[in-house]
Design a protein around this ligand. Structure first.
Ligand SMILES: NC(=O)c1ccc[n+]([C@@H]2O[C@H](COP(=O)([O-])OP(=O)(O)OC[C@H]3O[C@@H](n4cnc5c(N)ncnc54)[C@H](OP(=O)(O)O)[C@@H]3O)[C@@H](O)[C@H]2O)c1
Length: 281
């Protein structure tokens, strides 16, 4: 397929690379130029404008930071440029409300496809795709979806796919904070890190177990920034609030990631350990 990927952040680059590996013709665009990196040598065409990127393609994919970015690109320049046969797929983690607005704004051409998994998981074809929209539109994306992952969960609407994404992220974000605090308790009482690893190895979910080492190290290196983590906790809170449900613990979690983001905007969510005073064993 001919595919345009708009957004060359960590996830956009991984997604575009996976599509190139799958034999698709890929054009890429990013607001800040020069971020396509190795993709160009791998075969991507770097477009200098959104118009040049999306001209004549079968699918336009956006993988952008947040609601503001997707609004600016999709509801700004992109919408009037969309060909009638082109499908627009937003893979960003945005509010269910925005995905609803995109469903309306792009009528029968929009599919939401938020992604569970790190950039490395996307590159390895091991991410989980949460696909929301009308079945006939999703079916048209078959070759692209097959190249990205075998694990696909389908939802009847775009907002439901985003709600699923936020449900997953809320658990993970709270879990990383809970892990950092549990380790802080253990270390405070004198347990070594290897004892903490052994102790909790079988009692936490696999997704959280992947985070043991980075949380113990309190490493700022990683792939999911505290800024994006705080954003997702905020989206989860807003989603529940729209249904009349308050999430007091999620609010604390959001504030903790925001606190870490002050001065460390690019740090990974595991850096929340920094709040507990001791970052190395
Ligand atoms: N990282 C993860 O592990 C992970 C996993 C699953 C889902 N996600 C979600 O995937 C999305 C991308 O995440 P990421 O980790 O790739 O983020 P990232 O590395 O911070 O990249 C963000 C991208 O958004 C662009 N952008 C920001 N504001 C913009 C605007 N106003 N107009 C146009 N472009 C704008 C940036 O362009 P510039 O380069 O010009 O700033 C960049 O291309 C987010 O919604 C995130 O929540 C992330």
């Amino acid at each position: 397929m001919d595919i345009a990927v708009l957004g060359m952040g960590k996830m956009g680059r991984a997604l575009a690379g996976r599509l190139i590996d799958g034999g698709h013709r890929v054009r890429v665009w990013n607001r800040t130029k020069g971020r396509a990196g190795q993709l160009v040598s791998a075969g991507a065409e770097e477009a200098q404008s959104i118009a040049a990127a999306v001209d004549g393609v079968d699918v336009v994919v956006t993988m952008l930071a947040d609601d503001a970015a997707v609004r600016a690109v999709a509801l700004g320049e992109l919408r009037p440029l969309m060909g009638s046969a082109t499908v627009y797929v937003d893979c960003s983690t945005v509010s269910p409300a925005l995905s609803g607005a995109l469903s309306e704004g792009f009528a029968d051409r929009f599919v939401a496809m938020p992604v569970l998994g790190s950039p490395a998981a996307v590159s390895a074809g091991q991410a989980v795709l949460l696909v929301g929209g009308a079945a006939d539109r999703i079916d048209r994306l078959g070759p692209m979806i097959d190249s990205l992952s075998e694990t696909v969960r389908r939802y009847d609407t775009a907002p439901l796919a985003l709600t699923a994404k936020l449900t997953n992220n809320m658990l993970l974000l709270s879990g990383v904070v809970a892990l950092a605090e549990a380790f802080a308790v253990g270390r405070s009482g004198g347990l070594r890190d290897d004892q903490l690893r052994d102790l909790l190895a079988t009692s936490v979910a696999p997704g959280l177990r992947n985070r043991f080492d980075s949380v113990l190290a309190g490493s700022p290196e990683g792939w999911w920034t505290v800024v994006l983590g705080a954003k997702d906790a905020g989206l989860a809170i807003e989603t529940a609030r729209a249904a009349g449900v308050e999430l007091p613990s999620a609010e604390v979690v959001r504030q903790l990631y925001e606190a870490v983001a002050t001065g460390h905007a690019d740090a990974d969510i595991a850096f929340v350990t920094d709040l507990y005073g001791r970052t190395t064993p």
